[in-house]
Each structure stands twice: as C-alpha cells, then as structure tokens.
Design a protein around this ligand. Structure first.
Ligand code: DAT
Ligand code: MG
Length: 140
C-alpha cells in the first residue's frame, strides 16, 4: 500500500500532564512520521465545528467544553496504512477497553478525556487535515 496521511490530535488532558512527547514517541515507534504539527487552543466554536458529526450525542457539550479547556497538539501523520495504524496505536475509545501498550491504555484518564483523537477513514482524514492545515504547512 502507498504512503497514507491521517490527522491526529493530542488532547488537553495530555498537554496538561506534559506527556505530549511520550505520545509522539508511541506514534513514531509505530512507524508513523509527524509531517506537520502545531500547538493551539481551540475556541468552543472551533471544537463544535470539528466535532459537528457528534452534535446530537448526549456528550457533545462535555466533549466540546473539554476540547476547548486547554491546548491541543494537531498533527498530520504519514506512513504505510497510517489511518488504521494510528487507530491501532491509539487503542479503544474507552481506556478501560484499550489493549495494553496502546496510548489510551497507558495514558488516558477516562472515556471523555482519552488523550488522543485520530481520523477513522480516508474521507475524514482528508477533511480533518484541511480543517487545521494548509498545504504549505505539511512537509514530508
Ligand atoms: P474516537 O475518539 O475513538 O474516534 P468517537 O468518535 O466515538 O471515539 O467519539 C469522539 C470522542 O467523544 C471520544 O474520543 C471521547 C468522546 N466520547 C465518546 N463517547 C463518549 C461517552 N460515552 N462519554 C463521554 N465522552 C465520549
Ligand atoms: Mg471518532
């Protein structure tokens, strides 16, 4: 399979605990390359736009308040099968159900504050990369 790109975000629970490097180490050890990265603070409105697909879910307010409660690190990751590989190294949404050794098993605090976001399909990867990055900000 050809090189693929995916979108990743290190969430406020992880920036707060100063463990962004530990998370990047997990991504790089899995063979993913960080080809774009920036640390930003999302407004509530930006978080609502980013997570619009979840707007009808009961946890939407909690989710968007949390995601705008502190800095996040947004990234583009590149590698063979990057979308699936990133989801694998992230682990299940609920850290209690995440496989040992995954980012969420090791670092996440709860189902809501679960340290990382990763795109789930080629379409969302493309949309989410474009939501935060212009082409010139991404270098191979
Ligand atoms: P994922 O982040 O694994 O793709 P998702 O897309 O289903 O999971 O949900 C997006 C985020 O919403 C998730 O990372 C944390 C939050 N979330 C999901 N289910 C939740 C729940 N039952 N209670 C609180 N927050 C939840
Ligand atoms: Mg998701």
């Amino acid at each position: 399979m050809a090189l693929e790109r995916t979108f990743s975000m290190i969430k406020p629970d992880a920036t707060r605990r100063n463990i962004t490097g530990k998370i990047v180490d997990k991504l790089e050890s899995a063979g993913l390359r960080v080809v774009a990265q920036k640390r930003i603070l999302m407004s509530k409105k930006t978080a609502e736009a980013f997570y619009a697909v979840h707007s009808e879910r009961p946890f939407f307010q909690e989710l968007t308040e949390f995601m705008s409660s502190g800095p996040v690190v947004v990234q583009v990751l590149e590698g063979e099968n990057a979308i699936a590989k990133n989801r694998e190294v992230m682990g299940a949404t609920d850290p209690a159900k995440a496989d040992p050794g995954t980012i969420r098993a090791e670092f996440a605090e709860s189902i809501g504050e679960n340290s990382v976001h990763g795109s789930d399909a080629p379409g969302t990867a493309k949309e989410e990369i474009a939501f935060f990055f212009s082409g010139s900000e991404i270098t191979g």
